[in-house]
Design a protein around this ligand. Structure first.
Ligand code: CP3
Length: 328
């Protein structure tokens, strides 16, 4: 989750000369950045360096990624006509650089860690397209959803088709797992999620059912949505820190895996507090198999890389001990 981001000096150095899109468009550089967190932090998986907005360029959407703000859309979508103007996305023609970067990153990692591919979920992408940028209340998104349900469905269908082929192409190029980021879905209640979002996200997971790679379904603020997200699909549900992990897992059922749920802001604290919060998560999951230790959302720019290195070492040590006790 934006793990290669601004807090890493090695990344910042590269960013002095290249903007984020040009890093993505240069497969060699992109592979280097994608592998950085594994090399520097010793985390157990790498995530492709890309952005959820990249494929939208192929659909005729003009955008910029502004520092400290995030994606900004030139002409936000506010009516049926602009939804109809979105063209079909073809991963091989529109983002060949992502697919080449996947191959190069796999080579660079050389089996040291698996590689996660990803895309934005239809709702989160739609929210950027409609709001034109980040939003506090998602009022334009909800207005289109409630007032023009046909235009909403068409937009969600087009994004669903695009993201399905995008993930399929990433799997074909060699990623070991995929993650669907529905980062802003927590602004909906479960009734609206079930009606306006679930059928679309479910269609993506269904289309990928025959592929062997694990699928991670991530959202934030999802306390009211966990059961619905499970019904939409995924082998792993990613949760933030606003719900105790054992409570979330109980509700999801232990037949599926869970990922999260350290607050990234905890990494701004001193090392004793970081350890105690990490320990608390590990205690709550106990020996139940299927927990992926992770942050509940993206790394904050002010994070000290050493805190992350220490956390990774602590979690490796603690989980290794747990495994040894289980084996005995
Ligand atoms: O770990 C990684 O660095 C992998 C690459 C990655 C980026 N974006 C690169 C990036 C990933 C996995 C994303 C996903 C992404 N992008 C999401 C879903 C995950 C999440 O965090 O919720 C979302 C919502 C976006 C849209 C986006 N792009 C946001 C909200 C921002 C942050 C704006 C800011 O500056 O605070 C971006 C910019 C961005 N994408 C950065 C990176 C490394 C940071 C800015 C930069 O380096 O220029």
């Amino acid at each position: 989750m934006r793990q290669a981001g601004r807090y890493l000096p090695e990344y910042r150095k590269i960013r002095e000369k290249h903007d984020i899109i040009s890093i993505c468009e240069d497969p060699e550089l992109c592979a280097k950045v994608s592998a950085l967190p594994v090399e520097v932090l010793n985390v157990d998986a790498a995530i492709m360096f890309a952005d959820i907005m990249l494929p939208l360029e192929g659909m005729n959407v003009e955008f910029e990624i502004k520092e400290g703000i995030g994606p900004v859309i030139k002409k936000p979508i506010r009516n049926a006509q602009s939804v109809r103007a979105l063209i079909d996305f073809d991963p091989k023609a529109d983002v060949p650089y992502v697919l080449s970067a996947i191959e190069l990153t796999k080579k660079r990692l050389d089996g040291r860690a698996p590689l996660i591919g990803f895309c934005g979920a239809p709702f989160t992408l739609a929210s950027y397209l409609i709001e034109g940028g980040p939003s506090r209340d998602f009022s334009n998104t909800k207005a289109l959803m409630y007032r023009e349900p046909k235009a909403w469905d068409l937009l969600m269908e087009k994004l669903t088709d695009a993201m399905t082929s995008y993930l399929q192409a990433q799997i074909q190029a060699g990623v070991d797992a995929v993650q669907l980021f529905d980062s802003w879905i927590g602004c909906l209640n479960s009734q609206d999620y079930d009606q306006y979002v679930l059928p679309h996200s479910r269609r993506i997971f269904r289309a990928l059912e025959s592929t062997a790679v694990p699928k991670i379904h991530f959202g934030t603020g999802t306390s009211d949505l966990l059961e619905s997200m499970k019904r939409a699909g995924g082998d792993v549900i990613g949760v933030d820190w606003r719900i105790p992990i054992d409570v979330a897992w109980q509700r999801l059922g232990h037949d599926m895996a869970i990922q999260g749920n350290l607050d990234p802001a905890v990494l701004l604290a001193d090392s004793d507090l970081v350890k105690s919060r990490a320990e608390n998560i590990l205690k709550r999951v106990g020996s139940t198999p299927g927990h992926i230790f992770n942050l509940g959302h993206g790394m904050l720019p002010d994070t000290n890389p050493q805190s992350v290195i220490d956390l990774v070492e602590f979690v490796h040590g603690a989980t290794q001990k747990r495994l040894e006790v289980q084996v005995k």
